[in-house]
Design a protein around this ligand. Sequence first.
Ligand SMILES: Cc1ncc(COP(=O)(O)O)c(C=O)c1O
Length: 463
Amino acid sequence: MSISSFLTKKFLKSLFFPAHNRGKALPKKLIKLLKNTPGLWDLPELPEIGSPLSNSGLIAKSRRELSEKFKAKGCFYGVNGASGLIQSAVITMANPGDSILMPRNVHISVIKICASQNISPIFFDLEISSETGHYKPITKKWLEHVFEKINIKKEKVVGIILVNPTYQGYAIDQKPLIDLCHQKNLPVLVDEAHGSYFLFCENLDLPKSSLLSNADLVVHSLHKSLNGLTQTAVLWYKGNLINEHNLIKSINLLQTTSPSSLLLSSCEESIKDWLNKKSLSKYQKRILEAKGIYKKLIQKNIPLIETQDPLKIVLNTSKFGIDGFTADKFFYKNGLIAELPEMMTLTFCLGFADQKDFLYLFEKLWNKLLLNSKKLKSLEVLPSPFKLVQAPEIEIGIAWRSKTRSIPFSQSLNKISGDIICPYPPGIPVIVPGEKIDIDRFNWINNQSLCNKDLVNFNIRVI
Ligand SMILES: Cc1ncc(COP(=O)(O)O)c(C=O)c1O
């Protein structure tokens, strides 16, 4: 079968990204565009459109209008996902040899750019929930402890990254954290890949977008948390801690010279669609319906985890001794396709289409899975193996470029990794180049990989 023939395959229920739910919730204007002669819309950077970085043309006009609307200094559309714009933001803040403070649940795109530029990641640990194995959001108090453990000047820390909300939808008000970083004169990049739509829902008791909390750089993944096509993203910037010239230079450095006009149009339409009153009220209704789905499933004693993002349904499979990967396989086989299997949970993304039939199907399949499974006791996660603040033993850029050899992970105890080991999704590295695989880390990774076939018996490159 060719790729193209697979693309039109129908599933009973698609609860994965992109959040437009296989076209059902694409912006109306984009649907109209796609109904034209196929390919008609695939244009180069003609003067009327301009490029993602130019000061004139339709893209520039659209960016200016949206920046004004959200009181940002500016914004840029991206066609290489939130990943591409996050990487540009990282090299805007830091030069080779500088350090950036970041949480343990940072996305792999950050680690890759740090490795290629030799920017040191200084990790701070997060609390892990023993019930779910998920990282919890950090509080101001937690971040204050982190700052107590680090000498910002000595370590050449030039910025900080925060991730909010997480993949599973945990979020916390970022304003106190951002204010704390600003008191230390540190610019803040918030990876809000999963929270774009919060920007439009201040009335729905959802987490506040970091863009409204004075973050210096905010990156939204428009296909994950708005209704854009895959690869679309936007970066917003604000305040005086970011050098605009550096930002433009950094975006230019990592950007294709042939950005897709279709994707650029999708960037614009996915945001503008939410500024249209009629569409907004439709999407807000969907969000309220999602809250209703959660409530009804809880009433039926289905073990869901509460998060702050109503569009994520997080099933705690481990409560019944079932790991998320086994549950994922079962749901997949039965036509209900989830987004994120993990050791203890399985996360479904409702997206922006109508999901009324989800409730019945989900309940039916969950009960069938329970009937088919032997009742085992709950799974357990090991406590975090990380120090509160920790940097790799060897500079990341040096480790990345070092000569390495591939060995089974089981033989890697006390060796230094030359590799990024990262299950995807969620794209959070468990080890990065330059880090030592000490006994705690070794046991923790073994425990993490128990049920994940990508990680069972895997090889690692060590220095
Ligand atoms: C927290 C987080 N940030 C950034 C990204 C990258 O987003 P994109 O797929 O749009 O490049 C992801 C993707 O999984 C993510 O989970």
